[in-house]
Design a protein around this ligand. Sequence first.
Ligand code: B12
Length: 342
Amino acid sequence: MAAADAVMGLLTENVTVVTALNEELGPPPGLTVAAVARRLGVAPATLRTWDRRYDLGPSEHQAGSHRRYTAADLARLEHMRKLVIAGVPPADAARDARALDLDPADLAPVTSLFPSTALDSSEVDNHNRQAGGQVVAMPTGSAAARGLTRAAQALDGASCSAIISESLERRGVVWTWDHLVLPVLIGIGRRWELTGKGIEVEHTISEAVTSVFSARVRALVAPINARAVILAGSDEEFHSLPLWVTAAALAERRIAVRMLGSRLPSESLIHAARRTGPAAIFLWSQIPGSAHAGELACLPKSRPTPAVFIGGPGWVGPIPPGIVQVHDLTETVTRIARALGE
Ligand code: B12
């Protein structure tokens, strides 16, 4: 009897969910603005603008009800979003999206496109406002930087990686970091600082940056350095992107590194330095006050003595003699290469 009650309870619950879903979907076929916004990762206001300005709105219309997006509308909007993320001006992207030759047979039925965890339109607006994501003003930098910001805000890691990879192919590691990735990271960090929201956006871009730059590092064959170069983050330091970009920039010069990652305890650093006898050590600390430069005085004095570089805003205290603070990627890579005799 108890089991039967439980089954009845579940059934009732399911009916409620399905009813809510059907209400959200409205009379099929058709998706609401909220549903499409959620699927594309853009604000509903953006969809309304695209409708008004570029005639990319919902084509389903039934008297007395809100207009609904069809699967074809959604395909055009997805195309539009991809092009905008890739840096194509919105008017051109919209022209391209409107001209798409779509075969209805290739499109998924609209009812299969909606996730079961539906939010209503006010919830989506609210979610977007809070997400530190979709409603952030775009940076005024290059089209690629705007595209990268949009892709990160849409939690679209694949597009982030594609944009970064394309820039790497064309302009190399240093340019890509200084002019594409860094401004976007700083913008995203500012957003978090102002709202306390958007860690998921930080994670999306961080994963993309790490995977693209680390792939560069792995692709290095026949490095020119015989002696090791150690890269590591200070104890309790989570930020690792500057380490990966440094490794990738060195790989571009055919210099291999021993990447020891973020949060390396001091004893482990000392141990690693003893074991590998490096020519250079580069340590990153991001969070201000989190790393004490004075503690580095206890690094082993192997012969020949390694060149020790520290970078990032996290270091405090007097810097022991022989340790050099570096201030940007170019300086870091140049000094490490010099320490290797390059
Ligand atoms: C991505 C990111 C994360 C990711 C890190 C992922 C990863 N694998 O690295 C995650 C989500 C884990 C994270 C966590 C945190 N983060 Co965070 N994060 C960032 C973000 C967006 C980018 C970090 C980064 O790589 N920056 C690139 C560096 C190089 O930027 P920069 O130091 O500003 O660059 C200057 C110089 O260092 C120099 N420079 C530039 N490039 C290079 C390269 C080299 C080699 C050298 C030597 C110098 C150099 O030029 C710049 C001059 O303006 C920054 C925003 C920002 N402005 O950096 C916040 C930021 C660093 N994070 C911040 C904070 C507070 C945190 C957290 C404490 C809370 C949180 N947001 O979750 C935690 C905990 C971290 C911890 N305990 O260590 C704050 C730090 C504020 C402060 N002044 O204390 C920042 C600045 C955000 C902000 N605007 O408030 N974060």
